[in-house]
Design a protein around this ligand. Structure first.
Ligand code: ADP
Ligand code: ADP
Ligand code: ZN
Length: 227
């Protein structure tokens, strides 16, 4: 695959699937930088709207705080808008956290058309105990959205973002009740996408329980073999 991608013959339309806390955001920037792809996290887009106090942000906030998915039609509009503005003539894109429902997946397919299929779909699989450890220890920079972990991925200076030095904070939805609701929403709505993309022969499954560095290595190796 790598040769064809480098020559511009094929594009990489990568989507990241995984439960909350699996490490999607952490891996998204690493992969996107390596392949020079525009990338976005649907959760970050919602948080940006929330910060700006837009109508969409206010609507999304209610669902996010309770750990529920934001309704499909608004989520799809928001991400399609991002794609229109960012995919341009590039060699693909990377979406972190979208699609999360079958309806979102079919909308994405329609928008891209048959000549430009979705794939690879990188599924990062992590055990529940580890997810809870990651979510409770996650600290995020509210300005650049980079996430750290108090034990496994600490910032250089405690409670400060490595990039912009702003104080780190815990996400409002990384509390016990919202986490349980998010895991439940993931099982009901998003996990079916694993079989969905497996049927399309575009699924790459990664053991996300490993270290950040090992997971990145495994993803890059799988992407290089993808065809
Ligand atoms: P995590 O990184 O923990 O998986 P995200 O930052 O991706 O969480 O998402 C935070 C919240 O934003 C979700 O709990 C949900 O309310 C909303 N959200 C993000 N992406 C989607 C999506 N594709 N469909 C519906 N809601 C979404
Ligand atoms: P997601 O976007 O899937 O919700 P994040 O990328 O925000 O997940 O990672 C969740 C938390 O786990 C963060 O605190 C992050 O620093 C940490 N983390 C990510 N990947 C790993 C890993 N492979 N091993 C240990 N901790 C990790
Ligand atoms: Zn920062």
């Amino acid at each position: 695959m790598k040769d064809l991608f480098d020559k511009g013959v094929i594009s990489l339309n990568i989507i990241l699937i995984g439960p909350p806390g699996a490490g999607k955001g952490t891996q998204a920037s690493l992969i996107a930088n390596k392949y020079n792809l525009p990338f976005v996290s649907s959760g970050d887009l919602f948080r940006e709207h929330r910060k700006l106090g837009t109508k969409l942000g206010l609507l999304a906030e209610k669902y996010m705080n309770q750990g529920e998915l934001v309704p499909d039609h608004v989520t799809i509009d928001m991400v399609m808008n991002w794609l229109d503005q960012n995919k341009g003539g590039s060699s693909g894109f990377l979406l972190d956290g979208f699609p999360r429902t079958v309806q979102q997946a079919t909308s994405l397919e329609k928008a891209l058309g048959n000549a430009n299929p979705v794939g690879p779909a990188v599924y990062i699989n992590v055990d529940k105990d580890e997810l809870l450890r990651r979510l409770t220890g996650r600290r995020v920079c509210m300005r650049c959205q980079i996430s750290f972990h108090i034990h496994s991925n600490p910032p250089l200076i405690q409670d400060q973002c490595d990039k912009c030095s702003k104080p780190l904070a815990q996400r409002e939805d990384d509390n016990f009740d919202a986490v349980e609701a998010r895991l439940d929403a993931y099982r009901r709505n998003t996990e079916p996408l694993v079989a969905y993309y497996d049927h399309q022969n575009v699924l790459i499954e990664i053991d996300g329980n490993e270290t950040i560095r090992q997971v990145s290595k495994d993803i890059v190796e799988s992407l290089d073999c993808f065809n």
